[in-house]
Design a protein around this ligand. Structure first.
Ligand SMILES: C[S@@+](CC[C@H](N)C(=O)[O-])C[C@H]1O[C@@H](n2cnc3c(N)ncnc32)[C@H](O)[C@@H]1O
Length: 289
């Protein structure tokens, strides 16, 4: 199909820490003839693996036509292009319009997944985003701003589910976010965390509640590159053992000795005690781990 031997890779560059690149992403950066990286969100260290002969471009000052001009020229010369995006390319990566052009030109391309800032933030917060009995779903979204949201995706309506929320691209709208979450029914002491530049040397994590988070973010002067996570998932107390509070008691079936699944039978002793105890335990329906 491809008219030349050139190929484009959309590479997930991860949140910023070069050690969070996948081995495949690193290899493709090393082997590519042209590397175009989103230098507003991807630090230079991530593309430092490019070979000495590679042309390396930062794309933060470029519009789509310029990016595609460089890309199409390289491909027409049979070169390989690594388009390095922040986090995972499938989340707000703006790759769709690039893929459409490549499709129309019959150019071969591939997507290499990366560690999203959502998951890097959950990691620094030491959070499991799926808290048994509290939230078994995660909604990834953004607040409405210059980009309008499709009907039904307003934060207020998504928040009505009460599950873990990961909000991108919205740290300048904390007051509006808090207002919408409150009107969707989140209590004023709902835990919320803001993780700025996760994986960068200047990484900063702010924890709070819907009552105080706006002021904390304002005081820290964070206006960009932060991911917001809302819900009991970011309540540090869920990690504390031996509490009567429900969010600290529930745990997953996954490794429960009272739970039979495809690869393991519940122990007999635990099966009998489970009848009484396990009512408080929730978890997964099928297990592949
Ligand atoms: C254009 S989106 C790209 C998201 C990216 N594809 C991902 O999976 O993380 C940019 C937004 O992602 C979040 N983001 C990206 N990198 C980040 C990082 N290192 N730390 C915190 N948030 C980050 C911020 O919300 C930022 O406004």
């Amino acid at each position: 199909m491809n008219k030349t031997n050139g190929k484009v890779y959309f590479v997930g560059g991860g949140p910023g820490d070069p050690e969070l690149l996948t081995l495949k992403a690193k290899r493709i950066i090393e082997e590519s003839d042209v590397v175009i990286y989103a230098d507003s969100l991807v630090p230079e260290e991530v593309v430092s693996y490019a070979n000495d002969k590679a042309e390396v471009y930062g794309s933060k000052t470029m519009a789509l036509p310029q990016i595609m001009e460089i890309t199409l020229k390289a491909v027409s010369e049979g070169k390989t292009v690594a388009r390095v995006q922040s986090g995972d390319p499938s989340i707000y990566g703006a790759i769709l319009e690039q893929m459409r052009i490549l499709e129309s030109e019959d150019i071969d391309y591939e997507i290499i997944p990366g560690v999203s800032s959502a998951f890097a933030a959950a990691a620094v917060l030491k959070a499991e985003l799926t808290v048994p009995e509290i939230s078994q779903s995660i909604i990834m979204t953004r607040a409405e701003g210059r980009v309008s949201l499709p009907p039904g995706e307003e934060l207020k309506s998504l928040a009505s589910h009460g599950c873990s929320l990961v909000i991108f691209l919205s740290v300048t709208r904390m007051t509006k976010i808090v207002r919408e979450l409150r009107s969707a029914g989140y209590s004023k002491d709902t835990p919320i965390a803001v993780a700025y530049r996760v994986g960068w040397p200047e990484e900063l994590v702010i924890r709070g509640t819907l009552t105080d988070i706006s002021a904390k973010v304002r005081d820290a002067k964070i206006t960009l590159q932060a991911v917001i996570i809302v819900g009991q998932a970011v309540n540090p107390d869920v990690r504390l053992p031996d509490s009567d509070r429900p969010e600290q008691r529930a745990s997953s079936h996954l490794y429960s000795e009272t739970y039979t699944h495809l690869y393991r039978k519940a122990s007999r002793r635990s099966r009998s005690s489970a009848k009484d105890k396990d009512k408080a335990v929730s978890g997964v329906d099928s297990v592949k781990a």
